[in-house]
Design a protein around this ligand. Structure first.
Ligand SMILES: Nc1ncnc2c1ncn2[C@@H]1O[C@H](COP(=O)(O)OP(=O)(O)O)[C@@H](O)[C@H]1O
Ligand SMILES: [Mg+2]
Length: 241
């Protein structure tokens, strides 16, 4: 496997717990989670609905804080910082890709990417055409989200998250709303992104996708149930489901 750039985006969790609500209604979304992801790894997180996958991503991305335990991401200690203090960290280090793309409907593809660059003060507006080209949307830059297919919207969202050159890309069910062909195109781009040296942590319902990962983490009831290393990750275009 080729890793052209320096590998980055390592993750280390120790004893991480996150509970929602209090008293009898308390629900432990993350229960004493330990997890180590090496720099430059592509990790797939599997697990049933409600097992804590999204919470895990949000804690790693600094959107939610852990109640206890230690979280270190890309060399930065997140523990003891509430999410509002982690704005800079998120902007500089983390890219997010969501199941339903979260594009601004009144902005074109190009503007959706530009707005991220303006918001974060990172990245270069002149590179936006290049970013859209890289996700195969060079000729759709002036289309609005409603004029794009689901797969195209997800690729805009990917271009947007890459515009700030994050160390770690967090993707929550990025292919969940896509048909297989478009889903595979998005997976291929995520794998390419990873091969440029970034960490990629992807949640999916789809066990077939695990074949492309260096590491497969299975969650159950807020706990890490298993972690498996995959010595020979498959090419994204070759997986089927
Ligand atoms: N904001 C919230 N308030 C209350 N409970 C929540 C909240 N977010 C998640 N939960 C609960 O925490 C558990 C884990 O949720 P989540 O991390 O979204 O799981 P998954 O992504 O694996 O479906 C679920 O039982 C869910 O209902
Ligand atoms: Mg979820």
């Amino acid at each position: 496997m080729t890793r052209t750039a320096t590998a980055r985006g390592d993750v280390r969790l120790r004893g991480v717990t996150r509970t929602y609500g209090t008293g009898e209604a308390a629900l432990t979304a993350l229960d004493d989670v330990d997890l180590d992801l090496a720099p430059g790894e592509l990790t797939v997180v599997l697990g049933p609905s409600g097992s804590g996958k999204t919470t895990l991503l949000n804690v790693i991305g600094g959107i939610e804080s852990a109640d206890s335990g230690c979280v270190r991401v890309a060399g930065q200690e997140l523990t003891a910082h509430p999410p509002r203090e982690l704005v800079g960290f998120r902007r500089e280090r983390i890219g997010f890709v969501f199941q339903f793309f979260n594009l601004v409907p009144t902005l074109t593809a190009r503007e959706n990417v530009e707005v991220m660059i303006e918001l974060t003060g990172r990245g270069d507006r002149r590179r936006v055409p290049e970013l859209l080209d890289a996700v195969g949307l060079g000729d759709r830059a002036d289309h609005f989200p409603a004029q794009l297919s689901g797969g195209q919207q997800q690729r805009v969202s990917l271009a947007r998250s890459l515009s700030t050159d994050p160390d770690l890309l967090l993707a929550d069910e990025p292919t969940g709303a896509l048909d297989q062909t478009t889903g595979k195109a998005v997976l291929t781009l995520l794998q390419e992104t990873n091969r440029q040296g970034r960490g990629v942590l992807m949640v999916t319902h789809n066990a077939s996708i695990a074949a492309i990962a260096h590491r497969v983490v299975t969650m159950r009831d807020g706990r890490v149930h298993s972690v498996e290393r995959n010595a020979a990750p498959a090419e994204a275009h070759s997986v089927g489901w």
